[in-house]
Design a protein around this ligand. Sequence first.
Ligand code: PFF
Length: 449
Amino acid sequence: MASPRGEFRSRMGFILAAAGSAVGLGNIWGFPTQAASNGGAAFLLTYLLLAFVLAYPALMAELLIGRHTHRNMVMALGSLPQSRTLAALGRLTGMGGLLTASMILSFYAIVAGWMLGFAASYPLDAVGLTAASEWLVTFTVPRNLSLMLIFMALTMAVVLGGVEDGIERWSRRLMPLLIATLIALALYVLTLEGALTGLSIYLLPDFGKVLSSDLLIDALGSAFFSLSLGVGTMLIYGSYLSDTENVPRVGAQVALLDVGIAVLAGFLILPAMYVADARGVAIFNEAGGLLSEDTLIFTVLPALFETIDTAGIFLATAFFILMSIAALTSSISMLEVPVAYLIERHHLPRGKATLLAGGFIAGFSALVVLNFGTLFGAVITISTRYSQPLLGLLICIFAGWLWQRDALLQELRKNDADAENRLFWRIWPVYVKWLCPVIIGIILVQSVI
Ligand code: PFF
């Protein structure tokens, strides 16, 4: 039976929602080029290892705290420690998560708005509405503002529906569509000339590159961003998970899906870049590295689509719809963090909470649009480079040091009587207590320096 505060109806619903949060712009515009430039298959293996050895334990910390407390991040972290001072630190950490999730959403919504704009521009151009199509892809304040607002409205509409009828329903619809579109696009692009060169660059292992410590640290940072860790999205989704589910198992499935889709995206992006190369589009920067991130998505790929007549229109539209979906299933998880807090702590009805949190974030995002040069990069750096790892570190400390071992074991026993004999119980508590804080600490110090 669904609980009054909302509960995922099915295991699949949870897995798709949590994977939806994890699979976002990062997987598609960051991972493939990072892999190709840094040792190909060797990077893939290292990333996989890091994701499972370090990011997975942190993911489990969030999911388990959420499922145990069935509360939002602020109240959950405030309820774990016995002492009042530490409980206050817990609430403060929760607030930090809430603010960081809101900050990430404020820049994510701007970029996601561009994706919507590009998705609509190709069909509009095809039916002769050239001016409108041009407007949608040209960097101007009115365009950035309107598309951001449309994207925020979509996000709010889903969150307004609640856990089962909003988040779960839409994740169940959108995630299979995302995976199918990704596979179809990759299969098509692989038939074009030049694709196999891209594929070989993506997959040929070069272990020499992978062993650099800078790269390992970067890869770990991306694994954290990719799994949406530190800001309470996984914690709140975990809190909507039924006590009958085995958290270590579903958590592993979510991590596998996230990494799997990032790897799958490489089968589209790298071949597409080398098809573009074969058609005369520039794909390398001045330093000789592959173009990535926004230049890849908004310059290289559109230039490629233009060289492929009619099929190019379908390809481009499908690709930008894919990006918009990936962004939407992530943004709903970010908005749910403050919304759940307003509902549970301040007893607001979901409608009001969504309007308030969504309105506030859209307002901040508008501020970023209006001061793009100064604010956009700064907001990204503060939220993802510093705040996210720092909060991830604190969550590991809460799970490893401030949550009593017996209570933790009891949580795991809820659906697995034999939990203490599992590999998970032998390894995870030590990991989350020692290894995760140390490694995240190193990353943080490194990024500050
Ligand atoms: N995991 C998302 C991505 O890879 O694009 C980004 C993200 C989502 C970060 C949700 C943080 C978050 F709370």
